[in-house]
Design a protein around this ligand. Structure first.
Ligand code: SAM
Length: 293
């Protein structure tokens, strides 16, 4: 088969099975198996797909049609234009999390002058998509990132090496609830987190999340899944600089009220904003402290 025919074959199989992003998934699969860029795929629709390549595509299709997310099958996921290695030890980076990175990037650009070295702390680093992207975008930035999962830290470390930022990223295996103790009281300019925040009884959770994603990365105990986000926000006074600093957290579709109260109650912030995601859902909270010397 030619490349273009293979694309239509794959896309139609995915579409018939109800895969919403069938076009994109067909493109990513072909690029991954053939080891070609998007440009090459577009420029060479007549390129022959070998039997070996076609067998690999069929195997991917079989796993995909059984419900496994494509990112785990291919072992990578695009985030903010970068390709992150992923395994079943990490949450698949989500497009909405890109907005937290964008917010942090804009804040760092506006508030840090060239020559200064802002320090980021990320709680729950997972694949490293947040910290590694920011380190890639901001050459002056240094980051420390915690995760309770050794498997996730291994993937984050590989992604840091992939983007040549490993020398500016300190990875620590620890419970973020006790971040300050682990970090010996060090305070940071910027603290970011996408904590596990999904309520274990949430009926909206997709079947593939239950079946394939790490439970410890997704779910949080407590009413509305607020236990872990609350523990991490409550640690902020011990890990965030009291002035000229900011903190940003991702949260669930029904947690904006609880997150706002938690951010208000610790008395740290001069300004608190809620940021909406692409689907117009309240998704991130951003707090900034006073800009004093
Ligand atoms: C929702 S995932 C976010 C991963 C990544 N930052 C992202 O945005 O894709 C949450 C991460 O927190 C980690 N985690 C869960 N409980 C933790 C804890 N108590 N302390 C530190 N990390 C924890 C999980 O292993 C997981 O990697």
């Amino acid at each position: 088969m030619k490349l273009a025919e293979t694309f239509y074959y794959l896309r139609d199989k995915l579409r018939n099975a109800g895969v919403v992003a069938c076009d994109l998934e067909a493109e990513w699969t072909i690029e991954n198996v053939l080891g070609i860029s998007t440009l090459e795929r577009i420029q060479r629709p007549d390129r022959a797909v070998t039997i070996d390549e076609m067998q690999k595509i069929e195997l991917i299709l079989e796993r995909r049609l059984s419900g496994e997310p494509l990112a785990y099958i291919l072992g990578e996921k695009e985030f903010f234009g970068l390709k992150f290695k992923v395994s079943r030890d990490v949450l698949i980076p989500r497009p909405e999390t890109e907005l937290l990175v964008e917010q942090a990037f804009e804040w760092a650009k506006d508030h840090f002058v060239k020559g200064s070295s802002p320090e980021l702390l990320e709680l729950g680093v997972g694949s490293g998509c947040i910290s590694v992207t920011l380190l890639h975008l901001i050459p002056e930035l240094k980051a420390t990132a915690l995760d309770i999962s050794p498997g996730a830290l291994k993937i984050a470390s590989e992604n840091a090496r992939r983007y040549d930022v490993a020398d500016r990223l300190r990875l620590i295996e620890a419970n973020a609830q006790f971040a300050s103790r682990v970090l010996g009281g060090q305070v940071f300019d910027l603290v970011l987190a996408n904590p596990p925040y999904v309520d274990l009884t949430d009926p909206h959770v997709e079947d593939s999340v239950w079946r394939f994603e790490p439970e410890g990365a997704v779910f949080s105990p407590g009413e509305k899944g607020m236990d872990i986000p609350a523990q991490w926000v409550n640690e902020l006074p011990n890990i965030l600089k009291p002035n000229r600093s900011a903190a940003g957290f991702e949260f669930g579709y029904n947690q904006a009220g609880e997150m706002t109260s938690l951010f208000q109650n610790n008395g740290l912030f001069d300004k608190i904003e809620i940021i909406k995601d692409y689907a117009d859902h309240e998704r991130h909270i951003w707090g900034t402290t006073k800009w004093m010397p």
